[in-house]
Design a binder for this molecule. Structure first.
Ligand SMILES: Cc1ncc(COP(=O)(O)O)c(C=O)c1O
Length: 404
């Protein structure tokens, strides 16, 4: 019988395939319709041949779908593709990036545990740990991302997790993942890395010893600002716990969003190269401007962790930030004067965006936390999109020219 009659055209063997190939091909499961593009399964539940089969599925004695809060075929395709790209055993998709952080903590920590977290994380991650995880007896110590002594000094016998973003949001500091993995493991703690800025195309934290990789899929994985979603990747053992939490608590990814992310992943490597190139051009230009006190971008040769970034990352990604002379007023004037850039809190979009972190993404931090975390009133974050970098530079120039 030919393959076609059998309704089972085999998927390509992806052994040894590179990220560009995995991003397009990994994880696809075709239905009997033999569709070329991945199918969306907008169904809340699945049916069984018999009561006995339903019982076997619920008991875990028979594999198969039960209910879309547990598993869904489109979501599973996204999970398998991301796991392949990150080089992890298993991925679990969530309803948002924050749900991915929450699920990781709820599944893998318990009352009395201690977490060490970089100050340079997304503001809401800080709030989650400080305000909510603390209520359930999980204490967090915040340290400077690049200061190994602070990480070491914060370690306690009950430290179970080290959490960081690299490059950090919004200051683009770069953590030494290998050194922090070693430190975590010396204390039987897990190292969790939010890989949102680089994506697996530019950085694979498991290669440097991380135990968990977390994404806000909302950002570069989608790449076109359409959907909110997240994902956690790790060993089968750890992911079984994260899956168990999601199955009970419910912040799972919708099949439609998973499909959008699958389509987004197909262009991920092309986009990440262009985002990186465009941002490098903009960063180099910004450095020459008299209105700017400092540019934060690991692609610049004089960035303090430039060498480390070159070792860990295959590109700088598209986010950069800078301090404009003149405080909040100058920062707001500059933001308001832009024509092409969208004023929005999202990043990783094809459209370039501009954000004032101190009053938006990091606005819920206390004044002291902002000072310690470098979230100054004159700090501006740019996420460089896929427009012509020359047009973006023209736009930045005209806005600077208007600052009084
Ligand atoms: C680095 C990073 N991690 C996590 C998140 C949270 O993701 P989401 O907005 O999808 O919940 C964000 C959002 O901006 C982020 O920038």
């Amino acid at each position: 019988m030919s393959k076609r009659q059998n309704n089972e055209i085999p998927h390509p063997d992806l052994t040894g395939a590179r990220p560009e190939t995995l991003a397009v091909r990994a994880g696809q499961h075709r239905t009997a319709e033999l569709e070329h593009s991945e199918a969306i399964f907008p169904t809340s539940s699945f049916v069984y041949n018999s009561a006995a089969q339903a019982a076997a599925r619920f008991a875990g004695d028979e594999p198969g779908n039960i209910y879309s809060r547990f598993t869904n075929p489109t979501v599973q395709m996204f999970e398998e593709r991301i796991a392949a790209l990150e080089g992890g055993e298993r991925a679990v998709a969530t309803s948002s990036g924050m749900a991915a952080v929450l699920a990781t903590m709820m599944a893998l920590l318990q009352q009395g545990d201690h977490v060490i977290c970089s100050r340079g994380v997304f503001g809401t991650t800080t709030v989650l740990m400080q305000k909510y995880m603390a209520r359930f007896g999980v204490e967090t110590t915040f340290v400077d991302l690049t200061d190994m002594a602070q990480w070491r000094d914060a370690l306690r016998p009950e430290t179970r997790m080290l959490f960081l973003e690299t490059p950090s949001n919004p200051l683009c500091e770069v953590a030494d993942i290998s050194a922090l993995a070693e430190l975590a493991h010396s204390n039987e703690a897990l190292l969790a890395v939010d890989n949102c800025f680089c994506t697996p195309v530019l950085q694979q934290p498991f290669r440097f010893g991380a135990d968990l990789v977390i994404h806000s899929a909302t950002k570069y994985l989608d790449g076109q600002g359409r959907c909110v979603g997240g994902v956690v990747v790790g060993s089968d053992l750890l992911m079984e716990e994260v899956y168990g939490f999601l199955r009970s608590a419910g912040p799972t990814m919708s099949p439609f969003n998973a499909w959008v992310f699958l389509k987004g992943l197909e262009t991920l490597s092309l986009r990440m190269k262009t985002h990186s190139e465009n941002a490098s051009q903009v960063a180099a230009w910004l450095r020459q401007r008299p209105e700017i006190a400092q540019v934060f971008f690991a692609g610049l040769e004089d960035h303090p962790q430039h060498e480390l970034a070159n070792r860990q990352q295959s590109g700088p990604s598209g986010v950069l930030s800078f301090l404009v002379h003149g405080g909040r007023e100058a920062a707001w004037q500059f933001i308001d004067g832009l024509n092409l850039f969208s004023i929005t809190a999202n990043l990783g979009d094809a459209k370039s965006t501009v954000t004032h972190p101190a009053t938006t993404t990091h606005g819920r931090l206390s004044d002291e936390e902002k000072v310690k975390g470098g979230i100054a009133e004159n700090l501006v974050r740019l996420s460089i999109g896929l427009e012509s970098p020359e047009d973006l530079i023209d736009d930045l120039q005209q806005s600077f020219d208007r600052i009084q």
